[in-house]
Write a protein of this length. Structure first.
Length: 272
């Protein structure tokens, strides 16, 4: 109530006011929203965020699924590997961002040193507008362990009788994956889809810690712009209007995902 519901309601109210946090708020109606849609920075931040949804979201879902499939193997010491792949998700985001920033540093970063050793040109990972979003997508792979755990739990809940019947029918590994495994983990795919999308829509740490929104705004994501407008420029009413727009974008995305799931999510036993 205190930390979630009331702030959400207050953001809706504040979006109708001009307010800097120090003087009394002044009611201005829909002026914040009118200004918002005329702001090139808003559209750039929204475009950058949608770019990450289009490219980072499916990549995270696929990589976490592949890891879960590998870690579902029954081999000696598999628990150690599961722990190793999950550990990065336990690190604070700021600490992880600093580690990544060091790895991608133009001058002494490990990644550029490897490229130089191989005879390739170093890449300006963090300061080239054409490359920086790709670099942040790589940063996003750091935390695929959270989705991997969900997939792994689902995979281990699938009855072995399905695979035994498939073996009797002569199905190969690919057929078993697409006919048994994939349909039965669609509930986890839906869950991870919504959770990962929510995380990406609220992407903040890479912009704030690694790139400061640069270069040329190429890594200014929606929540980072909201933060800078609200707390650096003290445009709290304007920032609240951005929060309201983001709220509706996420609600619409989630509603579409849930509606579409009726045609592709399957549960063991045939229930939907």
């Amino acid at each position: 109530m205190v930390f979630q519901l009331i702030p959400i309601i207050y953001a809706f109210v504040l979006s109708l006011y001009k307010y800097n946090g120090f003087t009394p708020p002044v009611y201005i109606g829909m002026d914040n929203f009118t200004r918002l849609f005329k702001d090139p920075g808003f559209w750039q931040a929204l475009g950058n965020t949608m770019y990450m949804i289009v490219f980072q979201l499916p990549l995270n879902l696929i990589v976490s699924l592949l890891l879960a499939l590998l870690l579902n193997s029954r081999v000696k010491g598999i628990g150690i590997f599961r722990t190793i792949y999950y550990i990065p998700t336990l690190l604070p985001q700021v600490a992880a961002a600093i580690i990544i920033m060091t790895l991608l540093n133009n001058n002494y970063g490990m990644l550029n040193r490897i490229l130089t050793f191989l005879g390739l040109k170093p890449v300006n990972w963090l300061y080239d507008p054409k490359v920086v979003k790709f670099s942040i997508i790589l940063v996003g792979l750091w935390s695929v362990g959270r989705g991997m755990v969900i997939y792994l739990a689902n995979l281990q809940g699938i009855s072995s009788s399905y695979y035994e019947s498939a073996d009797i029918d002569g199905a190969n590994a690919i057929q078993k994956f697409f006919k048994i495994t994939l349909p039965l983990i669609t509930p986890s795919i839906l869950y991870n889809l919504i959770i990962e999308a929510t995380y990406i829509f609220q992407l903040f740490t890479p912009s704030a810690i690694i790139t400061r929104g640069g270069p040329d705004g190429a890594s200014t994501f929606y929540v980072y712009k909201l933060y800078t407008d609200g707390f650096r420029h003290s445009w709290l009413g304007y920032a609240s209007a951005q929060a309201v727009i983001l709220f509706f974008i996420m609600v619409i995305f989630t509603a579409l995902a849930m509606k579409s799931s009726e045609s592709w999510v399957h549960y063991e036993g045939g229930a939907k």
